[in-house]
Write a protein of this length. Structure first.
Length: 324
C-alpha cells in the first residue's frame, strides 16, 4: 500500500460509514470515526475499537471541530425519509453547517474532502436514466426538501470552496444502497420488506408498486467512494454511484418473498408526497473516469442481507424516531 493517511469519516458509525471505516482500517490508515449516533449505533464499529489505528469520537458535525487530517469522507446526515423528516431543520443544518465545517477543516489542513451527496438531488426526474448533467426536478417547499435541497446546497458549497479557495473536493451522488448493517428501523424499502417477510407480516407497497429503484450493494458503493477519493485532482465530479439495473418495487417484494420463503402477502398503501416514480443512475462517467461498475447482483446482495437480518437480535436496536 501507499503512504499511511489520517482519514476522518463523518457519519462513520452509520451503515455505509462503518463499512468504509472497516475498509480503511484494514488498509492501515489512521481512521477517525465521528458520529452523533442519531440513526447509527456503536455496535456497527465495536469490532474496530481495539484496533490501534481507529478512533471513535461522539460529536455532531453541526458544531465545529478541529482535527488534523489528510482526507475527509463527509457521510454525516440521516438518509431515510422518516428520519430526516423527523427534524427537518436539523437535517438542513447537518447538510449545510456540516459541509461548511468539513470544508473549513479541509482548507486549513490542505486536505482532500469527499461529499456523499445523493440521487435525491434529481428529485422526481424528467430525464431517465439520470446523468450528472441533469439538474433535477425538486420541490423546494415539500416534506422531502430538507434533505434534497440540503444536499444540493452542500454541493454548491463544495464547488464554491473549490473555485474560491482551491480546496480539493470530490462529489458523489449515491443511489439506493443496501446490505448488512442497514438499520432495521430505517424505514427504507429493502429493510422494511426483509423485516416484514421474516416476521410473516404483510409487505407494504406504497402506490401501485410500479415505481422503480436501482439497488447497489454496500461493497460496490464503498469501492466507488475510495476510487473517487483516489481519483486525479482534476476530477471533482459530481459522479453517480449506483447500480444501473432497474427494478419495480413490486419486483423487489416478490424477490424478497421468494428468498425468505415467506408467506407474506403484498398490500398497497398511498404513495407519499414527492416520492420519485423512477430512479436509475447513468453510470457512464464512473466507468470512464474511475473504472468502476457494480459487480454484485440484486439477488446476490439480498441473500447476504437477509442472512444478516436473520442473525441479529432485534432487541438490540431501537427506532431512532417515533415514525416506526
Amino acid at each position: 500500500m501507499g503512504a499511511i493517511k489520517r482519514i476522518l469519516v463523518t457519519g462513520g458509525a452509520g451503515f455505509l460509514g462503518s463499512h468504509l471505516c472497516e475498509r480503511l482500517v484494514a488498509e492501515g490508515h489512521d481512521v477517525i470515526c465521528l458520529d452523533n449516533f442519531f440513526t447509527s449505533q456503536k455496535t456497527n464499529v465495536g469490532h474496530l475499537l481495539t484496533r490501534p489505528n481507529f478512533e471513535l469520537i461522539r460529536h455532531d458535525i453541526t458544531l465545529p471541530i478541529w482535527l488534523e487530517v489528510d482526507e475527509i469522507y463527509n457521510l454525516a446526515c440521516p438518509a431515510a425519509p422518516g428520519h430526516y423528516q423527523y427534524n427537518p431543520i436539523k437535517t438542513m443544518k447537518t447538510s449545510v453547517l456540516g459541509a461548511i465545517h468539513v470544508l473549513g477543516m479541509t482548507k486549513r489542513c490542505r486536505a482532500k474532502v469527499l461529499q456523499a451527496s445523493t440521487s435525491e438531488v434529481y428529485g422526481d426526474p424528467q430525464v431517465h436514466p439520470q446523468p450528472e448533467s441533469y439538474r433535477g426536478s425538486v420541490n423546494p417547499i415539500g416534506p422531502r426538501a430538507c434533505y434534497d435541497e440540503g444536499k444540493r446546497a452542500a454541493e454548491t458549497l463544495f464547488m464554491d470552496y473549490h473555485r474560491a479557495n482551491s480546496v480539493n473536493v470530490r462529489i458523489v451522488r449515491i443511489f439506493n444502497t443496501y446490505g448488512p448493517r442497514m438499520h432495521p428501523y430505517d424505514g427504507r424499502v429493502i429493510s422494511n420488506f426483509i423485516c416484514q417477510a421474516l416476521k410473516g407480516q404483510d409487505i407494504t407497497i406504497f402506490g401501485d408498486g410500479r415505481q422503480t429503484r436501482s439497488f447497489c450493494y454496500r461493497d460496490d458503493l464503498v469501492e466507488g467512494l475510495i476510487r473517487m477519493m483516489n481519483a486525479p485532482d482534476d476530477f471533482c465530479g459530481p459522479v453517480n454511484l449506483g447500480n444501473p439495473e432497474e427494478f419495480t418495487i413490486r419486483e423487489l417484494a416478490d424477490i424478497v418473498i421468494e428468498l425468505t420463503a415467506s408467506g407474506s402477502r403484498i398490500v398497497a398503501r398511498p404513495l407519499p408526497a414527492d416520492d420519485p416514480t423512477r430512479r436509475q443512475p447513468d453510470t457512464t462517467l464512473a466507468q470512464q473516469r474511475l473504472g468502476w461498475r457494480p459487480t454484485v447482483s440484486l439477488r446476490q446482495g439480498l441473500v447476504k442481507t437477509i442472512d444478516w437480518f436473520r442473525s441479529i437480535d432485534m432487541s438490540e436496536y431501537r427506532p431512532p424516531t417515533p415514525n416506526y
